[in-house]
Design a protein around this ligand. Structure first.
Ligand SMILES: *[C@@H]1O[C@H](CO)[C@@H](O)[C@H](O)[C@H]1NC(C)=O
Ligand SMILES: *[C@@H]1O[C@H](CO)[C@@H](O)[C@H](O)[C@H]1NC(C)=O
Length: 518
């Protein structure tokens, strides 16, 4: 999978070639030896070496004359899945004796992204079909017609229970409605928050199940390969710290906010100044350790992947200070041995993506989530105030990310790095989170344009779905024997079905009112 066949034809008689390869995605990396092709072929019968090349990203190929270690030619090429290619290395006699390296396609690659496009279109079709059905059912004429056609009582029951939108806290945001609309004894549960949690969780389940074995689903999301201990421990520590912080310092929402509906514009932040102070102190510790802690044998403030990255100058510096602290305090053996940087950068030392230093930033991230909750509490029912704050946070965090990263993947002061939980990763993700809440809150809770289905079902049972998907992932219907283990299509179908089954399970549990909380 994600491979193509490359036949290297050495037509330079008497010249041995060393072929080096690297992925375009590997930043500032040392080239790696791919194969040697001898030059002892005969005219018209060159020596050929066959190699497999990765098709995930563009490839950089460099061919050297083995005896002189002199570059013969260098090219960049994006090979396609299961393609069959030839690289012809030969003399061209156009006056000067030049050497040409040309890639020829023997057999066309398959379009490995086609299944993703089809899956997406099927998803869109399902959404459109459901919307259309709901629209039909909302038409009185159509209802009457159906009622006559089948037992009317049954239809009413169906429409009210299955398709009617379950009580929406929504409609309340509308300022003209009387306050008495909501039974105040019932604690408000915001649908948009459950929906958001559900979307994140379902994406995570899909990625965890393999994401169709596409590299972009694996690397672009927030969990690569989840180990229950690491992630749950980190979540535990993170929530513990934030919860203790809030228990120690949280003040009740002032009455002026809830009753008079007038809340001083920065009250949500100012009233939690001790928490903010603590968070800023924590973040200073992260910055200080990351950029000023001397790490033996490594440049101070190194944030890179080590291994063959940075032209192989710092092979044992993976993760910089964060990696060093973990190896020092926990020892190599207790760390995760296969970080995602391993594949691309050939890292040598153990590095734990759920390490100690990164926990600081996940606490900061969780606290930003608490801040979103406070906005919803302090400015309850004041849709405009809430949306303004979501926008402000989204822009503020986004600008911090821009400043840290200089909008580039690797060149900025602090690159977005999931394995490090770098602060720019936290601000970027949180900025997106505020943006999503900015969209979901008015659509789901205020206007009630969307119930949040089907995402709020898993969102309301997130612990159960999370633990369940880990525990049962080896069992049918979450996994079965594939006919062709090398096919993205089959993996994609399997992973989409497994994810959909969890949504279905969450839906059934919701209907049975079973919720698993800790
Ligand atoms: C790749 O193409 C070459 C040249 O057409 C052919 O000789 C070879 O058998 C092909 N290899 C495979 C695995 O299809
Ligand atoms: C990196 O670590 C390996 C094994 O621990 C060691 O053999 C090697 O010399 C180290 N390299 C550098 C540049 O320190």
């Amino acid at each position: 999978m994600d491979q193509a066949l490359l036949l290297i034809h050495n037509e330079l008689l008497g010249t041995d070639l060393s072929v080096y390869w690297n992925s375009e995605r590997c930043y500032h990396c040392l080239l790696q030896v791919l194969v040697n092709v001898s030059g002892n072929g005969k005219p018209g019968k060159p020596s050929i070496a066959a190699v497999a090349v990765s098709t995930q990203h563009g490839s950089i190929l460099q061919l050297n004359d083995t005896s002189e270690e002199k570059e013969v030619c260098r090219l960049e090429y994006k090979f396609g899945e299961f393609g069959n290619y030839s690289l012809l290395v030969k003399h061209v006699h156009n006056g000067v004796n030049e050497i040409a390296c040309d890639v020829v396609v023997n057999e066309n690659p398959v379009d490995s992204n086609l299944p993703v496009s089809i899956a997406f279109l099927v998803g869109v079709a399902v959404v459109v079909a459901v919307c259309f059905l709901r629209f039909l059912l909302s038409l009185d004429d159509f209802n009457n017609w159906i009622s006559k056609a089948i037992n009317s009582r049954e239809t009413d029951r169906l429409i009210n229970s299955e398709l009617g939108s379950p009580s929406r806290a929504g409609q309340l945001g509308d300022d003209t409605r009387p306050e008495a609309w909501r039974p105040s004894a019932v604690p408000l549960r915001l649908r948009c928050v459950d929906t958001f949690r559900g979307i994140a969780l379902i994406l995570m389940v899909f990625v965890n199940y393999g994401g169709g074995k596409y590299w972009y689903f694996k690397h672009s999301m927030s969990w690569d390969k989840v180990r229950i201990p690491g992630v749950l421990q980190r979540l535990g520590v993170t929530y513990f710290v934030v919860a203790v912080l809030e228990l120690l310092f949280a003040k009740p929402v002032p009455e002026s906010c809830t009753l008079e509906r007038r809340c001083f514009s920065l009250q949500d932040i100012i009233s939690s100044w001790p928490q903010w102070l603590f968070i800023l102190m924590l973040e200073s510790i992260w910055l200080a350790l990351t950029f000023f802690l001397p790490v033996p044998g490594c440049p101070t403030g190194y944030l890179g992947p080590g291994g063959i990255g940075d032209l192989g100058k710092y092979p044992n510096c993976t993760g910089g200070a964060a990696g060093y602290i973990d190896r020092l305090l926990l020892g190599d053996d207790h760390l995760y041995q296969h970080p995602s940087s391993n594949v691309l950068y050939h890292t040598k030392v153990a590095y734990d993506p759920e390490g100690i230093l990164g926990t600081i930033n996940s606490i900061v991230m969780a606290f930003l989530g608490v801040q979103a909750g406070k906005i919803l509490l302090y400015y309850k029912d004041q849709t405009k105030d809430i949306l303004i704050r979501f926008t402000a946070w989204c822009c503020f965090l986004g600008l911090i990310s821009v400043a840290f990263t200089k909008i580039s993947e690797n060149e900025g002061f602090i690159p977005v790095n999931k394995n490090l939980w770098s602060i720019s990763y936290v601000t970027t993700l949180s900025s997106f989170a505020f943006f999503i809440l900015f969209i979901l809150y008015p659509v789901v809770d205020v206007k009630g344009l969307w119930t949040g289905a089907p995402f709020f079902y898993p969102g309301m049972n997130s612990i159960l779905v999370y633990v369940g998907h880990e525990v049962f992932h080896n069992y049918f219907p979450f996994q079965w024997r594939l006919q062709d283990n090398q096919s993205h299509k089959e993996h994609l179908i399997q992973n989409v079905v497994a994810t959909a089954v969890w949504v279905l399970i969450a839906y059934i549990l919701y209907k049975k009112k079973i919720f698993w909380k800790i």
